[in-house]
Design a binder for this molecule. Structure first.
Ligand code: URA
Length: 435
């Protein structure tokens, strides 16, 4: 085979065979196909797209390049959730113990955050002592013992995707649906869960700008999952404004604790219950969505989900005292309150702007190896639809110096747009997709 012929075939809109895709990626990994040819092929895919069978074949190649977890010997149904990333998205911290408390097995190979969307591991590591660095054997043992474990996704997870993604990042080819779908799904499939729910976000702070784009991506990912025998469903959720009120690692852990203790913001709770219900029904633990939501609400109200979270954190080295007394979790030395110059209603609260400001405060990484400040972030006080008086507080910025806070404040305040009339509330969930 010749790389130039494969590039030309895709450029001219033809379907590539599994063998051609396998050859191209393996020769690329072996250094025999150079970056410039792989880049040309990626651009051809970006412009021409890929069929479902090509997307499945590419996913298979990525998946086979690394290690795969075998969860089949576990005694109960295995489930996982994937979010395409959002600002203030702490759903995994709540959903995972909630489902484990319901009797499902929740194993997550999860990442650190990059850019304006946070990573679950970073959030968990704000709990002193917590480690996501477990051996596979310890991970499986925890899944068997308490039905819940989360570990950092290591270099052996779909390494071919990692190489190709790095090239996409510098060749303006990240935004291709089949490339995104195969990249994400290869890593999700490697986690080994039988039942997977996708939270595909749309809007200002999301990878996908619109509901239509989120639907297209969700459908592509669901087709891949189904091809590999997984039970798939997806929720398209709104990321025009941050989820919940807390953005930043330890701030989000505190908010997750609130929800696990049957309090917390309504939107976080609604999304957790909706995602959880998909998995409860998919695994047959509940007969329909309404009874699934009711069961999950009971598990929050009874404290069973909270107990499971404590057990999970302790088993991974975290000190439970910090959870029992969340004010002991990392707290920033400096705070700055943003105040409204207007009276009216919040028409919009720009998730991207808040996410980027949180990164500037130290809560996220700009580069893969940057250090993060676990305590930094933003606590929102007014969100879309809420009434505001001039002089009222809109948010509190958390950071480690007044200089930094003063630098970020003028940009952060631009996230709020006001209107005189009470705006229509935006639905949190635009659609639920099932096979
Ligand atoms: N996240 C991924 O893992 N891959 C993509 O292509 C885009 C987002």
């Amino acid at each position: 085979m010749l790389a130039v012929e494969i590039i030309a075939k895709k450029r001219d809109g033809f379907e590539l065979s599994t063998e051609e895709l396998q050859w191209l990626v393996s020769e690329y990994l072996a250094g025999k196909v150079p970056d410039y040819q792989m880049s040309a092929w990626l651009m051809a895919v970006y412009l021409r797209g890929m069929t479902v069978s090509e997307t499945v074949a590419l996913t298979e190649v990525f998946l086979a390049s690394g290690q795969q977890m075998d969860l089949r010997s576990l005694p109960r149904p295995t489930v996982d959730k994937h979010s395409t990333g959002g600002v203030g998205d702490k759903t995994s911290l709540i959903l995972a113990p909630l489902l484990a408390a319901a009797g499902l097995i929740v194993g997550k190979l999860t990442g650190r955050g990059l850019g304006h969307t946070g990573g679950t591991i970073d959030k968990l590591e704000s709990i002193p002592g917590f480690t996501a660095d477990l051996s596979d054997a310890a991970y499986l043992q925890n899944l068997r013992n308490i039905g819940l474990s989360m570990i950092g996704a290591g270099p052996t997870l779909a390494p071919a995707d990692k190489r190709v993604y790095a090239l996409r990042d510098v060749t303006a080819t990240v935004g291709s649906f089949p490339l995104i779908a195969s990249s994400i799904m290869s890593k999700k499939l490697a986690g080994g869960a039988e039942h997977i729910v996708l939270d595909v976000k749309y809007g200002r702070g999301a990878l996908m700008p619109t509901v239509a784009a989120a639907r297209e991506l969700a459908e592509a990912m669901m087709s891949i999952g189904q091809h590999f025998g997984r039970k798939m469903s997806a929720i398209l959720s709104n990321m025009n404004q941050p989820l919940g009120y807390a953005v930043g690692n330890s701030l989000e852990v505190k908010e997750a604790i609130d929800v696990l203790q049957d309090r917390g913001p309504q939107d976080v709770r609604e999304l957790v219950l909706a995602l959880g219900a998909e998995l409860m029904v998919s695994t047959g633990l509940s007969v329909d969505n309404a009874s699934a939501q009711k069961r999950l609400e009971q598990l929050l109200a009874s404290g069973a989900a909270w107990e499971k979270f404590l057990q999970f954190v302790e088993l991974q080295g975290g000190d439970p005292h910090y959870l029992l007394e969340p004010s002991l979790l990392p707290t920033s030395s400096q705070q700055f309150t943003l105040v409204s110059a207007q009276t009216g209603y919040v028409a919009a609260l720009d998730a991207l702007c808040i996410g980027q400001c949180a990164v500037k405060l130290g809560a996220g990484r700009i580069q893969q190896d940057s250090e993060i400040d676990k305590a930094a972030g933003i606590v929102l006080l007014k969100k879309q639809g809420e009434a505001v008086q001039r002089g009222e507080s809109l948010a509190i910025l958390h950071g480690n110096s007044q200089e930094l806070l003063l630098q970020v404040a003028p940009e952060a305040i631009r996230a709020w747009q006001f209107t005189e009339q009470r705006p229509e509330p935006q639905p949190l969930i635009a659609a639920t997709l099932r096979p």
